[in-house]
Design a protein around this ligand. Structure first.
Ligand code: CTP
Length: 394
């Protein structure tokens, strides 16, 4: 069901920690790759040997006891989902305040994957305004909070604060990772501008920042897709996607060809149309005078994909234009034999390269067109994916 997707299971110190063992089992049985992270106090309630035996990897407990010098960032960046069950009032407070005081909270702060927090504590603590306010903050940031149930608590007390059942937490994880409208789909996204070498220190490049491509990759990941991001950009976060780093148009071409069986390919990268016909192995010296740089054409990667389009595959291109936006984009849509093109007028205020915002018109091969006014690249990403989902259904 989970297809080997990586779930970090954070266990903090409460009597309900034993239920995390059952949750771990359910997830592993459903083909999730579960990495348990226990806080120090969690280990007073359940032994790490139990998780070691049941999870997909050995328990991790500290930022310092790993051979990886930055286990929290590695865990945070590669996770598809993080579940904290049980989550104590302290863990919730640290997370809400952005305090990375142990491996688990550091991992939570280092991730862009979805997070499920499952509080468990005594009724008085559960009802305390500080806990409620911290959870409100987390919810407003998109964290999924699974409220505790009523029932028997530690010490024989009865009330609300009991950890939600492992089955209901499992269902929430399933919903997030397996029931998005792109769940089970493989999606390739290209991002950034290519660099075409002139000599070992110089290149021909363009102004693309990769932000729109990254936003699409992240949004697709959150909608359940298995994402491969082919990028020229060294961005710090990868939100669980498989990342392939490339530099030139030729490297991008090779990486896309290796992944051309994907269900959906979205070419957001700005790929050079021309490269120096010769890339020198030694630096051009000023004393030798201004060189003449002869350019040759690169492969049109998207047109290549369009020419050998797989059955049912959805291909999406971008058209960065400065004039005749719709006319030029429509021409590319037809010539490249693709399903949709996202046209943006990069000469307009706040649109395209390097900006945090974008405004686009999405044209599809059945003649439909939808304009999306200026908004964040994340929102544009969702609009592009809405079109993709429509195309997948056809
Ligand atoms: N593209 C590609 N390979 C290239 C050039 C572009 O796959 N060598 C893709 C881009 O990723 C984009 C789409 O084609 O999705 C359109 O790119 P754009 O630069 O707007 O158009 P070009 O086809 O290069 O035409 P022109 O530069 O003349 O506008």
């Amino acid at each position: 069901m989970f297809g080997g997707r990586r779930i970090v299971l954070g266990v903090t110190g409460g009597v309900a920690a034993y239920k995390a063992i059952l949750l771990c089992r359910l997830l592993v049985d459903a083909d999730a790759h579960v990495i348990p992270v226990m806080t120090e106090s969690a280990q007073r309630f359940v032994g790490r040997a139990t998780f070691d035996a049941l999870a997909s990897e050995a328990v991790k407990t500290s930022v310092f006891d790993d051979i990886d010098p930055i286990p929290h960032t590695t865990l945070g960046q590669t996770a598809d989902l993080i579940i904290v069950a049980p989550a104590t009032a302290r863990a919730i407070a640290s997370y809400a305040a952005g305090l990375s005081d142990d491996l688990l909270t550091a991992t939570l702060i280092a991730t862009r994957a979805p997070v499920i927090v499952c509080p468990a504590m005594h009724t008085e603590m559960w009802e305390h305004p500080s806990v409620r306010e911290n959870l409100k903050v987390l919810s407003s940031r998109g964290v999924h909070v699974i409220s505790p149930e009523e029932g028997r608590l530690a010490g024989g007390d009865v009330g609300s604060g009991r950890l939600a059942s492992p089955e209901s937490i499992f269902e929430a994880a399933k919903k997030l990772l397996c029931e998005g409208d792109l769940s089970g789909r493989s999606v390739v996204v290209t991002a950034g501008g290519t660099r075409e070498p002139i000599d070992p220190v110089r290149f021909i490049g363009n102004r693309s920042s990769g932000k729109q491509g990254y936003a699409i990759a992240e949004a697709a990941q959150k909608r359940g897709a298995q994402v491969t991001l082919i990028t020229t950009v060294d961005a710090p976060t990868v939100f669980g996607a498989k990342v392939i780093k490339v530099e030139s148009a030729a490297e991008m071409d090779a990486a896309v060809k290796k992944n051309n069986e994907a269900d959906i390919i979205i070419m957001a990268a700005a790929i050079a149309d021309f490269r120096p016909s010769k890339s020198l192995t030694t630096k051009i010296k000023k004393d030798d005078g201004a060189p003449a740089i002869i350019l040759e054409e690169t492969n049109d990667i998207l047109a290549g994909l369009g020419a050998s389009k797989k059955k049912g595959q959805v291909l999406v291109g971008f058209a960065a234009e400065t004039d005749d936006l719709i006319k030029n984009a429509s021409k590319k849509l037809v010539q490249k034999n693709i399903d949709a093109i996202v046209a943006n007028d990069v000469s307009a205020e706040g649109v395209g390269f390097t900006h945090e915002t974008n405004a686009v018109t999405i044209l599809t091969s059945d003649g439909q067109s939808r304009s999306v006014s200026l908004r964040s690249k994340r929102e544009i990403a969702e609009e592009v994916l809405n079109t993709v989902v429509d195309l997948v259904k056809r």
